[in-house]
Design a protein around this ligand. Structure first.
Ligand code: IPE
Ligand code: IPE
Ligand code: MG
Length: 240
């Protein structure tokens, strides 16, 4: 599958949206949509890895998603728990053994057993390099920027740095995505055309691709289509 495209975006970010509407349309509970959505997430990780994409970021749960019913939030946490359990026990011969997994978002307010598993999975996969997979959980772009500013403010307060030392790079280095390239392509299925607080700093020069397909129906072909559209774009970064 490698070399399917003349070149590839280095970093693709996906807002996994439409689970609830997908379920409702079928007369199912919203949680059924999340269950299928979680399977699709696994498939797209594998597909992106086969294509040779270096970085993928998936928006799984936002800081605003706590507003949903307790049942729905619990179901999403259960799905996350199940995924983390699998990742913790994965065998070396499995495809996903090459994934370098990183969780972006705040650990505060998250169930403790989940944050413990997140630490284990991150530590065990930190030396892998087949593909970098960021999973955004309890993630909010504004909260992330505030976190970065606070980290910098502490260094300023202690006298370690001065106001003049503060740069865009310093802000970037204190985000959850420190050390990673910004997303080249951000995909949102389900017909919505908004960022919903996703990677707002990192998205400065990202190309957007919106798609009407609901996340539980998302396939590798849909990803191909987004990449094809991306390859036709002319990125100018303010130049000519
Ligand atoms: C995305 O699907 C999953 C999460 C936000 C956790 P939604 O649950 O937002 O699905 P819709 O937008 O209601 O269809
Ligand atoms: C964004 O989707 C969050 C995730 C997909 C995890 P939402 O469904 O929460 O976004 P809004 O509410 O439609 O903006
Ligand atoms: Mg939604």
């Amino acid at each position: 599958m490698k070399n399917k495209f003349p070149f590839l975006p280095k970093h693709i970010a996906i807002i996994m949206d439409g689970n609830g509407r997908w379920a409702k349309k079928r007369g199912l509970e919203r949680t059924e949509g999340h269950k299928v959505g979680a399977e699709v997430f696994r498939k797209i990780c594998q597909y992106a890895s086969d294509l040779g994409i270096e970085y993928m970021t998936f928006y799984a749960f936002s800081t605003e998603n706590w507003k949903r019913s307790a049942t729905e939030v619990e179901k999403i946490m259960d799905l996350l728990r199940a995924y983390l359990g699998e990742m913790q026990e994965r065998e070396e011969e499995n495809e996903d053994a090459g994934y370098n997994i990183h969780f972006i978002g705040s650990r505060e307010g998250m169930p403790e057993d989940i944050t413990t598993l997140m630490d284990i999975v991150e530590a065990r996969s930190s030396d892998k390099n087949k593909i970098h997979i960021n999973i955004a959980v309890n993630y909010g772009g504004r909260a992330e920027i505030v976190k970065s500013v606070k980290d910098i403010a502490k260094r300023l307060q202690s006298g370690e740095i001065s106001v003049e030392d503060i740069t865009e790079e310093m802000l970037s280095e204190n985000l959850y995505t420190a050390g990673q390239p910004d997303p080249d392509l951000i995909i949102r299925p389900s017909g919505e055309q908004r960022l919903s607080n996703f990677l707002i700093w990192q998205a400065a020069y990202a190309e957007f691709y919106y798609d009407d397909v609901m996340w539980p129906d998302y396939t590798g072909e849909d990803l191909d289509r987004a990449i094809e559209a991306y390859l036709k774009r002319n990125r100018r970064f303010g130049g000519v």
